[in-house]
Design a protein around this ligand. Structure first.
Ligand SMILES: [Zn+2]
Length: 244
């Protein structure tokens, strides 16, 4: 295939741009901030779930507290009633004795129930503390997520700007290379790790980094300068230095 040396040189510029575009795409996918964001999001979600679980537990304990308060109120009401009856002086001595027994057991029951109520109240305080500290942790993680999201957006925007600029230069350079040569370059690129053209530097192909033997080198030297040469090893387009 025929191609002027300047055109072959453009193929190297094109290769540099394509390599840059590949690197940028890889960079966008492997930004450390993306991995950091994943880790923080997992922590945030599990903390958020713990808050929800603690709130559910609190609702259950509150329900228990209400029940316990009602139990105490009922016993207190019965005690009041019995005490009023005793104070009224209308009860017979036998009834008074019965009421005294009943009051003793009611008071015993009352202190038992109050103890239960107190224990439930302590549990409410405990769960409140847990919700408070878990919520603070969750909010901190959310703030970290927002911070990392901003960082990710900025870093991706930077990559995108660099990519757009390389893409623009690429369109320009492609317009200055024959369609036939571009087709060959793209075909090689597909099967050769994205590298379609390479320089011949100090007897080596810069694509596969292998030395070209003396016989092959003299063959290349004898090839007209406007003829497209390919590496014997990797089959990439070999761009010769000026005057080679
Ligand atoms: Zn090669």
């Amino acid at each position: 295939m025929k191609s002027a040396p300047e055109e072959q040189e453009r193929l190297i510029t094109l290769q540099t741009l394509d390599t840059l575009l590949t690197q940028l795409a890889h960079k966008a996918k492997t930004l450390p901030v993306i991995a950091a964001l994943e880790i923080v999001t997992i922590s945030h979600n599990s903390t958020r779930d713990l808050v929800i679980a603690a709130e559910t537990e609190k609702a259950d304990i509150k329900h228990e507290l209400t029940k316990s308060e009602v139990d105490v109120e009922q016993v207190v009401a019965r005690i009041d009633k019995d005490e009023k009856r005793m104070a009224s002086g209308t009860a017979s001595p036998k009834e008074l004795e019965q009421m005294q027994h009943e009051l003793a057991s009611l008071n015993k029951r009352r202190s038992e129930l109050e103890e239960i109520e107190l224990e439930v109240m302590v549990r409410v305080d405990g769960i409140d503390d847990r919700i408070k500290s878990l919520s603070a942790e969750r909010d901190q993680l959310k703030a970290k997520i927002n911070e990392l999201e901003t960082q990710k957006t900025n870093e991706l925007a930077e990559i995108s700007t660099a990519g757009a600029s390389a893409q623009k230069q690429r369109v320009d350079i492609v317009s200055k290379i024959s369609a036939e040569l571009i087709e060959l370059y793209e075909k090689i690129r597909k099967s050769a790790d994205g590298i379609g053209s390479a320089r011949l530097i100090e007897g080596k192909c810069d694509g596969c980094h292998l030395s070209i033997n003396a016989v092959e080198l003299s063959k290349i030297k004898a090839t007209p300068i406007d003829e497209v040469v390919r590496c014997e090893e990797c089959r990439r387009i070999l761009v010769r230095p000026k005057g080679f």
